[in-house]
Ligand binder design. Structure first.
Ligand SMILES: [Zn+2]
Length: 649
């Protein structure tokens, strides 16, 4: 992989990190052995009761192998592409022959559906031929092309096959000839960013400068005024209101003049991730400063405690600062995944513990909540409080599912979760010639490249439940280098020991949230990190109105919630006293094995003395106890009420 001035480290290839145990290995295996085959069946409409996909059939029709009409969203192709990407990643964990065959079938279908000029898109081939490149606002052509290109890179890296990359390169050549600032070209950019991320990946793989140039054009052109988007009949979607205006597309101003994160949350996160890619490749400091403002905007004022992003359902948008309602949260799984993509790239520019913390927050909470423990059901929105009867009856809660769904008409989230979790290994480390960064605590065996050295690292940990991380470090020859381990802010009194000799005082070695250990490593060394994880009360900035007078519970990176099944109905009635101790219990029998938080609480407050709907207030308080479970595991038993933020007194 190419390095650049703006990049302090590069991620370690997925092939070089095997997730071997602990919290993550069962999940990564489940993706490979169950989720990927199951999703392939859904995409082929073989799962009774799941929402019809037709995504594979669309390619059969477009390639002339079947007859019929297009079905689904304009971006239905992206479900197949994201599945190929996820399935390709999963091969690194489990080389399942059926998965490999299914990917080949999908790739062959896509190749067969490619038009002679390179174009690949079943919607505009079957349903609206002649309307190519006329709807950048909502047509999703560039978005689907981006997912196709990401799939091609993942497929090549997993199998060595260039088939899909060849299709992609021909398609990108077509796109780059049609769109751009030149004479006779369509001067446009993506309505839904995604191709930008893909261009950076294809550029890194092939070294073809034209893809970097096109990426730069797409990012710099966005937001130029007057905007071509306004002239499109589809601009404003069906609503034509302010929530679907230019900011919906992050096109209200050039990216360098954007200082707050606006618009459709997934579009925003994908765009900002690709801006980070451009910074990585160009070292553009001014662009980096603009992006840093956007990061600050999201993570200090517009993000849920779960790492969810996008609090406004209409327009699936970010709202104003501190507007983070819990019942009405949109918090799409894909937006948190996009936030993780962005954080992953920022960590390559400058490792900062605070960025790693955000990555972990989104991963262990919003993203994991998006998939059932069984692996076959999904949430699209991830609200932080649910009252099922209200959610089922209110128009402004119509986006809230009270239990996970088998599939969706707009099915962006399931394959997105699969591709993230299947590629988790590549998020654990990054390296440069002199340093290996440990960003995540994932039980794994890895081989890292530091310049011309190879360093094996075996990581053993029960994180996020357990408090210790053990690393066996074995370079291929004795040499001096640095190991930099992220110390999350939620870990108190961290300790470290090399070869079981503890550091007396870690503080001089901790910088920007990383513990830097520089020494001569000869082989056979161990590094033990200890954290003290404690259940604690989390408060929100007082400007978050929805959370006033409430606390959330968190232990390590895991955010908790109360569920009706553990605590009875009307969770709003429960009050946690400030001074009551919090107890953590390892419960192997519960929800696949989790740590619960429990303690004493009160029920009640003022009630109408007359027993009516309203009446003079009288205090009515009783003692009770509560049990909180990880938010990611909610709604895996029986549907019911749930709340993350609990009243306190
Ligand atoms: Zn989604």
């Amino acid at each position: 992989m190419k390095t650049s001035a703006a990049r302090s480290s590069v991620p370690v290839a997925l092939a070089d990190v095997q997730v071997t145990g602990g919290f993550w290995a069962p999940r990564v295996r489940q993706i490979a052995e169950l989720v990927i085959p199951h999703q392939w069946d859904v995409l082929n409409d073989r799962i009774p009761g799941a929402e019809k996909s037709h995504a594979v059939e669309n390619f059969r029709i477009a390639s002339g192998q079947s007859h019929g009409t297009f079905h689904g969203m304009r971006f239905q192709d992206s479900d197949v592409a994201k599945w190929i990407e996820a399935a390709s990643y999963s091969l690194h964990a489990v080389r399942r022959a059926e998965t490999q065959r299914a990917i080949e079938e999908a790739v062959d279908l896509i190749a067969a559906a490619q038009r002679p000029d390179g174009y690949v898109n079943t919607f505009f081939t079957i349903a609206e031929p002649g309307k190519r490149w006329t709807d950048f606002s909502h047509g999703h052509e560039l978005y689907c092309a981006g997912h196709l290109a990401e799939a091609a890179v993942a497929y090549l890296e997993a199998t060595g096959s260039r088939t899909l990359l060849t299709v992609t390169e021909k398609y990108l050549a077509h796109i780059e000839s049609v769109i751009g600032p030149g004479e006779g070209q369509v001067r446009a950019y993506s309505g839904h960013p995604e191709i930008e991320i893909a261009l950076a990946r294809v550029y890194r793989l092939t070294g073809e400068e034209k893809h970097l140039r096109f990426l730069r054009y797409l990012i710099e052109e966005r937001g130029s005024q007057p905007s071509f988007l306004r002239k499109e009949p589809t601009f404003g979607y069906v609503f034509k209101d302010k929530w679907f205006d230019l900011s919906y597309h992050q096109a209200q101003a050039p990216i360098r003049q954007q200082h707050s994160a606006e618009g459709h949350a997934v579009r925003a996160m994908y765009l900002f991730a690709s801006v980070a890619d451009l910074v990585i490749e160009t070292g553009d400091q001014a662009l980096q400063r603009a992006m840093d403002d956007l990061w600050k905007s999201v993570t200090t004022a517009r993000m849920y405690v779960t790492g969810g992003v996008g609090s406004h359902a209409h327009g699936e948008r970010l709202s104003v600062d501190f507007d983070l309602p819990n019942h009405r949260a949109y918090s799409e799984s894909c937006a948190s995944i996009g936030l993780i993509f962005w954080a992953h790239r920022l960590l390559q520019i400058t490792p900062r513990g605070s960025v790693g913390d955000v990555l972990e927050r989104a991963l262990y909470n919003c993203v994991l909540a998006g998939i059932s423990l069984s692996g076959t059901e999904y949430f699209y929105s991830n609200p932080l409080a649910v009252a099922p009867s209200e959610a089922r009856s209110r128009e402004d809660l119509k986006h809230v599912a009270t239990q996970r769904q088998r599939w969706f008409g707009t099915a962006c989230c399931p394959t997105n979760i699969a591709r993230l979790l299947a590629s988790l290994g590549s998020y654990v480390y990054s390296t440069n010639a002199d340093c290996a960064f440990v960003h995540l605590f994932v039980e794994s065996d890895a081989v890292l490249r530091l310049g011309d050295r190879h360093v094996s690292i075996r990581q053993r940990t029960g994180y996020p439940w357990a408090e210790s991380v053990h690393l066996d470090v074995n370079p291929d020859r004795p040499s001096d280098f640095t190991l930099a381990v992220r110390i999350p802010t939620w870990c108190y009194s961290p300790t470290a020991a090399v070869n079981r000799t503890p550091f007396r005082d870690l503080r001089p070695f901790v910088r920007d949230g990383y513990l830097f250990i520089r020494r001569r490593w000869t082989g056979g060394e161990t590094l033990d990190i200890g954290f003290s994880l404690r259940a604690e009360r989390i408060a929100a900035d007082p400007r978050v109105r929805a959370d006033r007078g409430r606390i959330a519970l968190q232990r390590g990176p895991v955010v908790y919630c109360l569920e009706e099944v553990d605590n009875g109905e009307n969770l709003e009635d429960i009050v946690l006293p400030r001074e009551a101790p919090l107890q953590s219990d390892h419960r192997q029998d519960l929800l696949g094995g989790v740590v619960t938080i429990s303690g004493e609480a009160r029920r009640g407050g003022s009630r109408p003395a007359n027993g009516g709907l309203y009446g003079p207030a009288v205090a009515s308080i009783s003692r009770t106890s509560f049990t909180a479970v990880p938010y990611f595991a909610w709604c895996n038993r029986v549907p019911g009420e749930m709340t993350v933020w609990v009243r306190e007194s």
